[in-house]
Write a protein that binds this ligand. Sequence first.
Ligand SMILES: Cc1cc2nc3c(=O)[nH]c(=O)nc-3n(C[C@H](O)[C@H](O)[C@H](O)COP(=O)(O)OP(=O)(O)OC[C@H]3O[C@@H](n4cnc5c(N)ncnc54)[C@H](O)[C@@H]3O)c2cc1C
Length: 413
Amino acid sequence: MSNAINTNTEVASYDYIIAGAGGAGLSLLHYLMQCSSLVTKSILIIDKSFNKTNDRTWCFWNKDFSAFENLVKNRWDTISIHAEGFDKELPTTPFSYKMIQGIDFYNSILSKAKSKSNIHFQEATIVGISVLDSLNSNKSAKVEWEGGSAIGAYVFSSLLPFQMNQLNTAAAYSNSLQSGTSSNNKAPFLWQHFKGRVVQFETPVFNKAIAKLMDFNVPQQGATAFMYQLPLNEKEALVEYTIFSENVLGISEYDKVLDTYLATAFPGINYTTTHDEIGAIPMTQIELASTQAPIYTIGALGAAIKASTGYAFQFIQEQCKNIATQLDKGLPIQTRVHNTRHQFYDAVLLHVLFYRKMEGAEIFKRIFTKNDAATVFKFLSNTSSILEDIQIMRSLPTSIFLPAAIKVLLRRA
Ligand SMILES: Cc1cc2nc3c(=O)[nH]c(=O)nc-3n(C[C@H](O)[C@H](O)[C@H](O)COP(=O)(O)OP(=O)(O)OC[C@H]3O[C@@H](n4cnc5c(N)ncnc54)[C@H](O)[C@@H]3O)c2cc1C
């Protein structure tokens, strides 16, 4: 991107400033580039580095073609769930479970954006974003970095106070957030933390048609933990050890479990690791940032992550597509993507997991035993009907979930 990066230090004004060129910032840029009435708007996108790497693999499910269908590296129409004495395969029709590599997503959007004369790039670490007071009602916002600043009529920020692919910064963040809160009624905050490897075996070992969504036959770390296994072909798969808990682990602890799991599942068969990734995704309904118009938060910072699952990619797409439509039509900006009803279910499930009222393995086992994958996917995409919600709830024990629901309501009162 070097030829497109702005090195000026003077204060320039833009219609839109996108602070952070990750999953959300680039998704927003993508949808802005799609809107014919917005092609003339000046856009500045800022990130501390445009030298992108394949730092994450995005998976999600959908029925139709997504905006990034051409980037889908693999898809599965069957998932499986495993726990002690329990193995179940479920067809996902009409949904498919899909995978996009981070680097393909970054490159595809950045290369399109680079060819547009109205899109400007600034490689810098942002140190401040603030609303500028003005005499008339047209407020603007200032984005500052060392040695420079810019003014935007709208600013969309995805700058989290920690990095999701650096476990130590995530740990420091949650420690600072939770210091001083000892009450047994605190709002739940879990990390979905994981280390994954793409492994390449010498001989065929995987059933490439089945995405192993959750295999709970792994050390639970006193919380909820599972192995996630997505075969790319019969010899190659992404295998990820994932935990929902308050504290992240040391890197060697994820590796130890991955080593044992692979050695036990495929004894004596050699493999090489061609890629690895780590992450810590916040699972919470605690607001991570409060901002004021014309500054809007998007992505993980902007509450796009589903608190009970950690899935965010599809919600980020919905959020950014909505914002582009609102700008296109001159409507007020509304960034919320999770509806109140499904947010309540998320809060209850998170409460049960956080306060260890029921093992995560048991919860997911029951849900997937009594429901088809499509109903579960709809429920987890916030698109299920009330009847489908009731069906999911009937899979779970009222003696545990009703008191949890009451606690959530009391905490909100
Ligand atoms: C390894 C990993 C795998 C994931 N897999 C999935 C998945 O399979 N499915 C799913 O739904 N979700 C997944 N997620 C969760 C979520 O979809 C991603 O984290 C997504 O990237 C969030 O987008 P974002 O824009 O909010 O944050 P990011 O993508 O992290 O983007 C933030 C950007 O801001 C920049 N930045 C931060 N601070 C500054 C600063 N001060 N100045 C300038 N730039 C700054 C960063 O460099 C970065 O480019 C995953 C997350 C991780 C970490």
